[in-house]
Design a protein. Structure first.
Length: 210
């Protein structure tokens, strides 16, 4: 986005994870993007003047929120008249592998349970057009994409995600440490087999105008 707006524009990146912000800052400095700034913040509590921005982009954000509509309405207020929004988010029901793998199915079930337990929606993708319309946006359009991997880093997203949520699963008694470790071991072996395929969750892309 910073490259698109050029030297006369500006971009603000917001994330509640300090590590993500630190990484983004390093990357921006590395390629010399002086027109981009970053803030460690929860966008739900972030204060901004209305009618400030020309464009807002959110990727894999609303799926983590108990009230995604409230944030979408806040973004609507932050945009200038005629401003545009682009949202990308997941439908975990579309996550698949080939051939069948019990560890993968267990991972999908565990991730789904962890997200739903906190009142959020791991399958929010198809709801995005409705959420945007209810927030006040118009000219709503959408697309669906789904990368699938035979090798490479993308194929490892399932095991990496399971590893990241392991403590939450155990703490909230959704799975034992033994169950998580066994699932991780089988999932990693499946990922390393070049005769297997693993997708990302189905991704809905929605764009609209204020």
């Amino acid at each position: 986005l910073a490259e698109i707006v050029g030297a006369t524009g500006s971009v603000t990146g917001i994330d509640w994870d300090a590590e993500n912000i630190s990484f983004a800052r390093r990357q921006a400095e590395k390629i010399g993007l002086s027109q981009v700034s970053f803030q460690e913040a929860d966008l739900r509590n972030w204060e901004s003047q209305p009618d400030t921005y020309d464009f807002a982009y959110g990727r894999f954000l609303l799926t983590h929120l108990a009230d995604p509509g409230a944030l979408c309405r806040k973004i609507y207020e932050m945009l200038k008249p005629g401003g545009r929004i682009l949202l990308e988010d997941i439908d975990f029901t579309g996550h698949f592998c080939y051939p069948a793998c019990q560890a993968f199915d267990d991972y999908v079930a565990l991730y789904t349970a962890a997200v739903q337990q906190k009142g959020a929606d791991p399958n929010i993708g198809p709801r995005l057009p409705i959420i945007a319309r209810q927030a006040g946006f118009k000219e709503i359009q959408f697309n669906v994409v789904q990368p699938v991997f035979k090798t490479g880093e993308g194929k490892q997203m399932s095991s990496l995600t399971l590893e990241n949520i392991a403590d939450t699963l155990i703490r909230n008694q959704l799975a034992s440490s033994k169950t998580v470790e066994a699932c991780l071991a089988e999932l990693r072996a499946f990922e390393q087999d070049e005769n297997t395929l693993i997708s990302l969750p189905r991704i809905f892309q929605v764009w609209a105008v204020k």
